[in-house]
Design a protein around this ligand. Structure first.
Ligand code: BGC
Length: 521
């Protein structure tokens, strides 16, 4: 059982909720934020599997790859520098996301997005024109700073602009755009690898400038959010803005609530210290564990290194890139499944189903590779055999794309009370980046040492996280954010962290026969 019974008679606030042009425009900007993140994830694996790129920047890896086919397949791409090319971006994003949260708060969301876009543009240029590894890595670091700023400010911007009832859907829309970015990158890699003359990788890396230009220019035309304007003392402008984005004059109630929320937030002088209080323990643990678990599904092994992995199991360069495109397509379409079902089926069902599916596939893929490659890593599997592996990898990716993919950003964004929401969100982003970095840096080495066992390793983690969800994660669908505390209070385990008198949701609370009841004002 994952939670006690909850009866909530308090209706969520229902502000005017037209989807105006302004809000639509905001969604497009958020979309380009997702594209930037996704483009990075998808582009590096393809580029690092291109011979011309490898021979220019990583000649020792290139030589190892070209050596006699009978060498150990598991280890042929094992290189710390090659991994650093992929991972440096996430380390930079991790560090940048701390600074981004202050910029976003003090100067507004808009300038944070603009700064992210510009840095990203410079990074794309450095990469496209790179002459040596240093230029390459420097470019990646700048791209990472861009990702850190965009990843911090765009989702906040989006959820502040969105009418409350469309927030969940728009939130997954951001993840959806990440998957489109990954797919676009896979397709571009497929195209540029065909270019004779060995400069195709320059186009792959340089084209990152396209989504970067969209967000840079787009942000200049964006208004800042009413929340941010109020926070920075521009009350009149905030009223005007709220009327404009909601498409009505009748914004009095929402405006007052925003002012009240901002007052409460100002009272909390130390959100970082506050978040450590015992009563926030359930949410704090979730916001650390969820992004951690998401990365331990092993998804980025596929997203970053699919072409390299497919080469390892015996595909030629072209077939590897094509397979990565297929995986990218599955990722996009399976994400749509969660957009459509998340508010009906709920989060728990998707977590549990997706987790079981991923686990089954990891066991199958690990075993298929074990049968052919054993521990020596020497084999030449048939095309059909390799296609089987790719098929089960696709089923695994589908399981991820309708569970841990979107839910790992949706859930942390909906479980925190306002006063610590942004601190909680920063923790979520940083933990995600930290473990993305670790997986990117370690995967090729892990493959070399753990061999097929690597798939069982991630499978073991998926088993742990799925069990964790089954026991500790209460359903959060359709629960108004302001009443979320009741969900934790009613849970058999988390309830003990929250004292009855600590529940304030602006309404009458009753506790009778173990049933919590929230009444509206
Ligand atoms: C994750 C990324 C991952 C992507 C795959 C995102 O939710 O944070 O690390 O590459 O999903 O679609």
């Amino acid at each position: 059982m994952a939670g006690g019974a909850i009866v909530s008679t308090g209706a969520p606030k229902d502000y005017p909720a037209k989807l105006t042009f302004f809000v639509l425009f905001a969604s497009v900007v958020a979309a380009t934020g997702g594209l930037i993140v996704g483009y990075d994830i998808g582009i590096s694996g393809g580029v690092t599997s291109m011979d011309s790129f490898l021979s220019k920047f990583f000649p020792s890896v290139y030589r190892k790859e070209k050596e006699n086919q009978s060498t150990n397949q598991y280890c042929k791409f094992d290189s710390q520098v090659l991994q650093m090319f992929t991972s440096s971006l996430y380390l930079a994003a991790l560090i940048a996301s701390f600074f981004a949260s202050s910029v976003t708060r003090m100067f507004g969301r808009k300038w944070s997005m603009f700064g992210g876009g510009i840095t990203f543009l410079v990074g794309a240029a450095l990469n496209g024109f790179a002459q040596d590894v240093l230029m390459l890595i420097l470019g990646r670091i700048l791209l990472g700073i861009g990702v850190g700023f965009a990843g911090q400010s765009v989702p906040i911007y989006l959820s502040e602009m969105a009418p409350a009832r469309m927030r969940g859907m728009l939130n997954i829309g951001f993840q959806f755009m990440i998957t489109i970015g990954i797919l676009a990158a896979n397709l571009i890699n497929y195209g540029t690898s065909e270019i004779k003359g060995g400069w195709g990788w320059r186009i792959s890396l340089g084209l990152a400038a396209v989504p970067a230009s969209i967000i840079t220019v787009g942000s200049l035309f964006l208004p800042d959010t009413p929340n941010s304007l109020i926070e920075r003392g521009h009350a009149d402008e905030a009223t005007r803005m709220l009327r404009r984005i909601r498409g009505t004059h009748d914004v009095h109630e929402e405006y007052n609530d925003l002012v009240a929320a901002s007052e409460v937030a100002k009272l909390v002088k130390h959100p970082w210290r506050n978040i450590l209080k015992r009563k926030y323990r359930p949410q704090l643990i979730m916001t650390i564990l969820i992004p951690f678990f998401q990365q331990l599904t092993g998804i980025n092994v596929i997203m970053f290194y699919a072409p390299v992995l497919f080469k390892t199991i015996g595909f030629g360069g072209n077939a590897s890139l094509m397979s990565a495109v297929i995986v990218g397509l599955v990722n996009v379409f399976a994400t749509i499944v969660s957009i459509v079902t998340v508010d009906k089926l709920g989060r728990r069902k998707l977590f549990l189903q997706g987790g079981s599916q991923m686990l089954a596939c990891q066991i199958i893929v690990g075993t298929l590779i074990a049968i052919k490659f054993g521990t020596s890593g020497e084999a030449n599997p048939s095309k059909t055999y390799a296609a089987f592996v790719v098929f089960f990898i696709c089923v695994y990716v589908a399981g991820f794309a309708w569970s841990w993919g979107p839910l790992a950003s949706l859930v942390p964004s909906e479980i925190f009370p306002l006063e610590i929401r942004s601190a909680g969100q920063s923790i979520n982003v940083s933990v995600n980046m930290l473990f993305t970095f670790i997986i990117a840096q370690a995967f090729l080495t892990m493959l070399c040492h753990m061999k097929f066992g690597l798939f069982y390793f991630f499978g073991g983690w998926v088993l742990i996280m799925t069990t964790f969800v089954a026991i500790f994660f209460p359903e959060t669908k359709n629960v108004p954010i302001e009443e979320m505390i009741l969900v934790w209070k009613a849970h058999w385990f988390w309830g003990r962290f929250i004292a009855d008198e600590e529940i304030h949701i602006g309404g009458r609370i009753e506790m009778a026969n173990g049933i919590l009841k929230a009444g509206s004002k």
